[in-house]
Design a protein around this ligand. Structure first.
Ligand SMILES: Cc1cc2nc3c(=O)[nH]c(=O)nc-3n(C[C@H](O)[C@H](O)[C@H](O)COP(=O)(O)OP(=O)(O)OC[C@H]3O[C@@H](n4cnc5c(N)ncnc54)[C@H](O)[C@@H]3O)c2cc1C
Length: 561
């Protein structure tokens, strides 16, 4: 499916690599690119999914949603029905293709706040603070329609004009989100395009193999130093399984759900849980798979007034054909990029006394460790930190009862034109978990997003939902919405598809799993605290920094280059 052939497993059985990267996704490709800048380091990327780098659905910016629930692109993982959501199932879309979730995501580039990222240092990770730069192409759309201007104006009417500096991550207020789109080609700039471009693909020291599922790491214990070393990874390819040996280090970059799964399958995790599944624990780290964080989103859909344009290409074949013709002619039109108006909003209608009593409950009713409770309290008390990110989506989301996949959520069920206002919690207090259900690597793990488990999250979600209604009622917004039009709303928060896990002790500040000498983790699973808003910019930044650390460590070794 791509000119870049990554199908062959020939010679892998007897090969040995300096680094093996598990997962050719967002973080994995960054690290591979940076490590292979040194020509004498041999790197292997093992990606379970497909290679669709040449597929138009991965190139045309607005076509990402056409890949959802398609097994060639999306793991479409099931989740546990949480009791606090009256047992409604949530769903979890995750990239299953070279480039990972960055290939299928919505493309918003939102920069984290300085205060939020700086808490990572407070949580015991020296050297992990706010910074920037990299080859990802980021640009602004130019396909604005009246609903964008109305929303922008609506925020102003409520006293929240453009924020001080969304790129530096300071202040609250509305902002125009950039998109991961290369303005020179009008194509999506995902991890594959930015970090696995032609010249990188041709590096002789980089091998990429897709369609190979990593089942577990093969570990060896050094009894004298009481440390564990990864000797190889066990992979399956069709009906075959084999071990691929590693010289230096295995980097786990399989994402927030599958990295903990792989650690547990390899014997690293909570001892009693592993034994219950017949796995002998090699290193007992109880926090593996715990502390899963999910922003959670609430959405309200509004039918727009007659004659106001929004998402006609989603339900009108003529509009879709016109959009494709415009894109093919000069990269213009709604397929080129979906522009997003966003706002970082504090919880404005929460009186000071109520806020104080709400904040007192932070540490009382959740699995938050004291350090996390402390930094979250600090962020929630900070007047310059938002508690929700609002986003205007110029299309229909219909979170009706019984919707079990993101594909159904995004398939227009109503004939009219719609917009959707979404509120996403910035710093959720609820915590979930992800753990294996069995020792079979093909069984999906038990995924519990934890959404709404903490009462503060429920209160903030509810108050932000009410404020979204205020926004919709501003004169500018009301002018573009249909009076008494169809309304679509979440019966409860959806997951926003982001998770991050930190357990107070799975990796050290150089991202190496405790008790091991050569197992690193580089993906969203190592975020100590999920940053506010959409997180891909942070994933790219973290992976860049991680690559520097890995190179430094490699060079510091006696056999280093
Ligand atoms: C639908 C959707 C929309 C999103 N929209 C936005 C947005 O607009 N803006 C934004 O900032 N963020 C967005 N995100 C989030 C962002 O894209 C992700 O957080 C980020 O890309 C995750 O990077 P990662 O490296 O942790 O994991 P991934 O990029 O998911 O990479 C993990 C890789 O590991 C592979 N893998 C897993 N298990 C195995 C195994 N056992 N063996 C081999 N390979 C394996 C997977 O196939 C995958 O390729 C969105 C995410 C999704 C899913």
């Amino acid at each position: 499916m791509s000119n870049y052939n990554t199908d062959s497993t020939e010679g892998l059985r007897n090969a040995i690599f300096d680094f093996i990267i598990v997962g050719g996704g967002t973080a994995g490709l960054v690290v591979a690119n940076r490590l292979t800048e040194r020509s004498d380091v041999r790197v292997l990327i093992l990606e379970a999914g497909t290679n669709r780098l040449d597929d138009p659905r991965t190139q045309i910016p607005a076509l990402g949603p056409t890949t959802y629930a398609d097994q060639d692109f999306d793991w479409d993982l099931p989740t546990l029905p949480p009791e606090q959501l009256h047992d409604h199932c949530l769903f979890s879309t995750k990239g299953r293709t070279l480039g990972g979730s960055s290939v299928i995501n919505q493309g918003l580039v939102v920069y984290p706040s300085q205060a939020g990222i700086n808490t990572w240092e407070q949580l015991g990770n020296p050297g992990w603070a706010h910074g920037q730069d990299g080859p990802l192409q980021v640009s602004f759309a130019n396909q604005y329609i009246p609903v964008h201007a109305a929303c922008w104006q609506g925020f102003r009417e409520l006293g929240y004009p453009a924020s001080a500096d969304p790129i530096q991550g300071i202040g609250v207020g509305s902002f125009l989100a950039a998109g991961a789109v290369d303005p020179a080609t009008d194509t999506r700039s995902h991890a594959g395009a930015a970090y696995l471009s032609g010249p990188v693909q041709r590096r002789p020291n980089l091998r990429v193999v897709t369609g190979v599922h990593v089942d577990r790491l093969v570990l060896e214990q050094d009894r004298s130093t009481r440390t564990v070393r990864a000797m190889a990874v066990k992979v399956s390819h069709g009906k075959q399984t084999y071990h691929i040996r590693v010289n230096n280090e295995v980097i786990l970059a399989a994402g927030a759900v599958q990295t903990p799964q792989l650690l547990e399958l390899s014997g690293i995790g909570n001892g009693s849980l592993l034994r219950a599944h017949g796995i002998n624990p090699t290193i007992e780290i109880p926090g593996v798979g715990e502390n899963l964080q999910d922003h959670g989103i609430f959405s309200f859909g509004y039918e727009v007034a007659d004659g106001v344009s929004s998402d006609e290409m989603a339900h009108d074949p003529n509009a879709a054909a016109a959009a494709m013709a415009a894109y093919q002619q000069d990269g213009s039109g709604p397929l080129a990029m979906v522009p997003y108006i966003c706002a970082n909003m504090p919880c404005v209608d929460l009186p000071r006394a109520e806020r104080a009593s709400l904040l007192r409950t932070i540490g009382e009713s959740s699995g938050l460790g004291p350090k996390q409770a402390q930094v979250l309290q600090q962020l929630l008390e900070d007047p310059d930190e938002p508690t929700s990110q609002y986003t205007l989506l110029p299309f229909q989301l219909d979170p009706r009862q019984g919707v079990k996949s993101i594909k159904a959520l995004m398939s227009p069920a109503h004939p009219g034109n719609f917009i959707t206002l979404v509120s996403t919690l910035c710093y959720p207090l609820s915590r979930g978990s992800v753990h294996i259900r069995s020792a079979n690597p093909r069984d999906h793990p038990a995924l519990d997003h934890g959404i709404l488990r903490h009462p503060v999250d429920l209160e903030l979600h509810a108050r932000h939902a009410m404020w979204m209604e205020k926004l919709a009622a501003t004169p500018s917004m009301a002018a573009v919405l249909k009076e008494n039009g169809v309304r679509l709303h979440s019966p409860e928060p959806l997951t926003d598809l982001e998770q991050a896990k930190k357990d107070g002790g799975v990796v050290d500040p150089r991202l190496r799993v405790y008790g091991t000498t050569n197992i690193g983790v580089v993906d969203t699973s190592i975020f100590p605290l999920v940053p506010r808003g959409n997180i891909q910019a942070t994933v790219f930044a973290v992976a860049e920094k991680a690559a520097d650390l890995i190179k430094e460590d490699f060079e510091g070794k006696p056999h280093g280059i």
